[in-house]
Design a protein around this ligand. Sequence first.
Ligand SMILES: NC(=O)c1ccc[n+]([C@@H]2O[C@H](COP(=O)([O-])OP(=O)(O)OC[C@H]3O[C@@H](n4cnc5c(N)ncnc54)[C@H](O)[C@@H]3O)[C@@H](O)[C@H]2O)c1
Length: 397
Amino acid sequence: MTPPPKPNRQEPVRAAIVGLGAMGASQPPHGRHRATESGLPQSHASALAAIGGVEVVAVADVSADARNRFLDTWGGRWPNVRTFADHRELLAHVTPDLVTVATPDHLHRSIIVDSIDAGSRLIFAEKPLVTDLVEANDIVALAAVTGASIQVNYTRRFRPEFQAAQRELQSGSIGPLSQIVMRNGGPRAMLFRNTSHFVDLACYFAASRPEWVVADFDEGFERYGRTYGAEGGADPALEPGSNLYIAFEGAARAFICDRKSAYREQTVSLIGDAGSITLSSAGVVMTFDDGDGPVQRPITIGSINLGVQVAIEDLLRARFGTWDLTSPAKEAWKSVAIIDAALASQAEGNSRVAISYPSNVGMQGRRRIRASLSSGSSGRSSVSLTDRTARTTPKVQ
Ligand SMILES: NC(=O)c1ccc[n+]([C@@H]2O[C@H](COP(=O)([O-])OP(=O)(O)OC[C@H]3O[C@@H](n4cnc5c(N)ncnc54)[C@H](O)[C@@H]3O)[C@@H](O)[C@H]2O)c1
């Protein structure tokens, strides 16, 4: 394992992107974002281009077309960028400070592990972290041993509306969290590819360990099996929508309602004993009882969504010392473990499957979450009415 180079504040962060498709390399959307006066940086390349002091020195993709497209789109911005067909070849020639990973869902592990082995200490990985629990255990163990910082791009953790809901929850205004109810649906209800966002959100809001899971997959996926069965996330027909019931340590329970046959409407409700917070296309709204019956008030968001840029900037803070990432690999491990338990539950007739923890997978507690929330208005002033027995998880050394 190569020791990492010492970071130097005067020098730019040398970055590499692996996987040059839509998420890795697309241009910002056309049109002007109301706050940034340009397209919202949604891809890794567009986010890196928006962050000062970062230079993309190398990229890799197995597709020559994708490499050529990258040069056409971004060659003017980074004229010295080197292109490779294989990430290992890239790592043999260049040691980037930061490697971003935007390959298909099941092809993240070796890029993360090889990059850390080669000396990179900042990894920005697309979600899901990986599609296999043993791989997730390996990655968390490697991060612990090397001190590498791995941020997983669960975009909602970085979005102002979800952070505003988290702040309101942490303020105690709806009481202790009892239920998290989320609705997704439509053809892209896909367990690994998209439902993983909601699984991660449940972990974000519950802020404790998931303990057990019951799953009920879409018709036609009853015998999906115990391992990932898709091709990277492009084909919705290869992944089930899945209703999930997740029990967290403490009292909180999460229902994720996610069937392909259901109308596609994404909503999240956080329910305490004194009120609820609902996120939907209508915004973030709190409901509580003022003594005369239920009243509603909108929660002020307070900042704008800067997309992937914020997630990478959060990671770059770890360059010169310890920084609690907003979406670290240890948190993303929980989603992999929940999905692994869901596969087992379905395979065993929708049974209850316990999650067991390798010793070095910690939990992101409430204190940590409070610290990560950017300061901003809680919106208070803007009132308006209107067993199966535990499965054995391989021990991480
Ligand atoms: N965070 C989000 O909200 C979000 C949104 C969309 C996609 N994603 C994730 O981003 C990842 C990529 O998705 P996409 O839509 O950009 O896919 P894509 O198919 O558009 O791009 C993937 C690229 O990876 C390349 N590739 C495949 N195998 C490779 C390998 N071994 N080494 C190097 N390159 C390889 C392909 O040639 C392709 O150019 C997925 O994991 C997906 O889940 C995340």
